[in-house]
Design a binder for this molecule. Structure first.
Ligand SMILES: [Zn+2]
Length: 479
């Protein structure tokens, strides 16, 4: 019993029983062979009693030892005293450099309640402020750079996914809804589709009754639902606890996304598929996508996991919105991504000449768009696919350095552009006659990027309305 917070509870329980017995510190001390001041230190949780002393105290106080060691406060008032003592010992309070108030009997009840209330609020605010936009951007960037060092590859999760799939006999091709349900069953869960999930939740898991609630399929057969179910299971498989920081929240998101992707596109089968295509010099995101029945974005992202470790090449990935801003990006091939002073790439505008922007507005979405791009960091080749959601058009690009283009379908494209970004003269500087005509007459109002300024996650289940989740579970667990 080395935990100092447990010593506080133990001390309070000893004091409680001493008072019940009508003994002073000195009287009880004399009976067990220690001086009163020594006993006072124990009662205040500042000294740990030896087991022999604990036994003597139990005998003198007429209670069993386990009763003294119970983790519960003896009464409501003492519970507050313990909470105050623990809060004052915590690093959060210590960091303020303020004096501690002895949580003693002599403290008036309302003072005690007030102090405990302030400590609770202090803790709540500290937890909430973890998710400032700045903190979030920093955590995002650190995450991307950390994954870059690992070539975006997590062997442990690859193995876990393959082992999990083996329990339902799946190894290649599209993972069926049926197999995902069986996987859930093996983990002790039933998948339940409901149309009244809390608005802020993608899925809700009822650990007590072993249920995973998911939204109904908006597109029958789409891979979104399978992915969501796998992500929900991953939290359990990976032993996730409610995250203590935004960085931990992001890390968990990364892990569940990775696990789901590794289930939908298992490593062994994926590497075999991609290696064979490389040998034929016919690598393409779209074939990989179709072979495993996933979205273009999922397939392209998955290729960033496997390409460096298994196909021996650096790669890049971009998801860019119709405004030209980056939603998601990864590179370990040296592509010069635009970044702000903190190193964040989200929300940055990519060069107008890059295929990620050039391909937007193309009317033909059935085929990929191929392009070579000369940049200050060398020449890159990429394949870009465009799509449209309610939020507008977007493009997904997957690319490699010039030397690796030879393995890909589309390597023979004639399209080649020069990009000198971040040099202003590349695509940002307006033509001088236009600038002359308009510079003092134009007053544009900037569009804010919703994905960057959207409310950031905070609270016990970041980004999710805790109350709504509980109400939802309450209503459903009764049925
Ligand atoms: Zn440019």
């Amino acid at each position: 019993m080395n935990d100092s917070s447990d010593l506080i509870t133990l001390g309070r329980r000893i004091r409680h029983h001493r008072k019940l017995n009508g003994l002073t510190l000195d009287q009880l001390g004399a009976r067990v062979g220690v001086v009163g001041s020594q006993l006072s230190l124990i009662e205040n949780g500042r000294r740990e009693p030896k087991l022999s002393l604990l036994q003597s105290l139990a005998t003198e106080l007429g209670v069993p030892v386990p009763d003294l060691l119970s983790a519960e406060a003896p009464d409501a008032r003492t519970a507050l005293e313990i909470e105050l003592a623990k809060a004052q010992q915590a690093p959060l309070y210590a960091s303020l450099g303020l004096p501690t108030v002895p949580a003693s009997r002599s403290l008036p009840l309302e003072t005690l309640e007030s102090l405990v209330g302030l400590h609770r609020e202090l803790r709540r605010r500290a937890t909430e402020s973890i998710a400032t936009p700045e903190e979030a951007r920093r955590a995002n960037t650190e995450n991307r750079l950390a994954m870059r060092l690992k070539n975006n590859y997590l062997p442990d999760l690859e193995q876990l996914a393959e082992e999990t799939l083996a329990t339902v006999g799946h190894s290649s091709g599209a993972l069926t809804h049926r197999s995902v349900s069986l996987l859930a069953e093996n983990l002790g869960f039933t998948l339940i589709y409901v149309d009244n999930l809390p608005h802020s939740a993608r899925s809700v898991t009822d650990l007590e009754n072993g249920r995973i609630y998911l939204p109904p399929a908006s597109i029958p057969g789409g891979h979104g639902l399978r992915s969501m179910a796998l992500q929900a299971m991953a939290h359990r498989l990976l032993g996730h606890q409610p995250p203590q920081s935004y960085a931990e929240f992001l890390q968990q998101r990364l892990e569940i996304n990775y696990f789901a992707a590794a289930c939908l596109m298992p490593r062994t089968a994926s590497v075999a598929f991609l290696s064979a295509a490389k040998q034929r010099k016919d690598l393409s995101v779209e074939d990989f996508r179709d072979a495993f029945g996933v979205t273009h974005e999922a397939a392209a992202l998955r290729m960033t996991n496997l390409a460096t470790s298994h196909l021996d090449m650096g790669v890049h990935f971009l998801r860019v919105g119709e405004d030209g801003a980056i939603y998601k990006a990864y590179e370990n091939d040296g592509l010069p991504l635009p970044a702000d002073v903190t190193g964040a790439v989200e929300g940055q505008l990519v060069c107008r000449k890059w295929a990620a922007r050039g391909a937007l507005g193309r009317t033909n979405r059935t085929t990929e768009f191929y392009q070579y791009t000369d940049t200050p960091a060398g020449t890159f080749w990429c394949a870009t696919q465009t799509g449209k959601t309610d939020a507008g058009e977007f493009s997904i690009s997957f690319g490699v350095p010039f030397s690796e283009a030879k393995w890909f379908r589309g390597r023979d494209t004639q399209g080649r552009v020069q990009s000198t970004c971040p040099d202003e003269s590349c695509c940002r500087k307006p033509a001088s006659e236009l600038a002359e005509r308009w510079s003092s007459a134009a007053w544009p109002s900037a569009k804010l990027h919703a994905h960057i300024l959207a409310p950031l996650p905070s609270g016990k289940f970041p980004g999710v309305d805790e109350n709504e989740v509980y109400q939802f579970l309450e209503a459903h667990s009764a049925s």
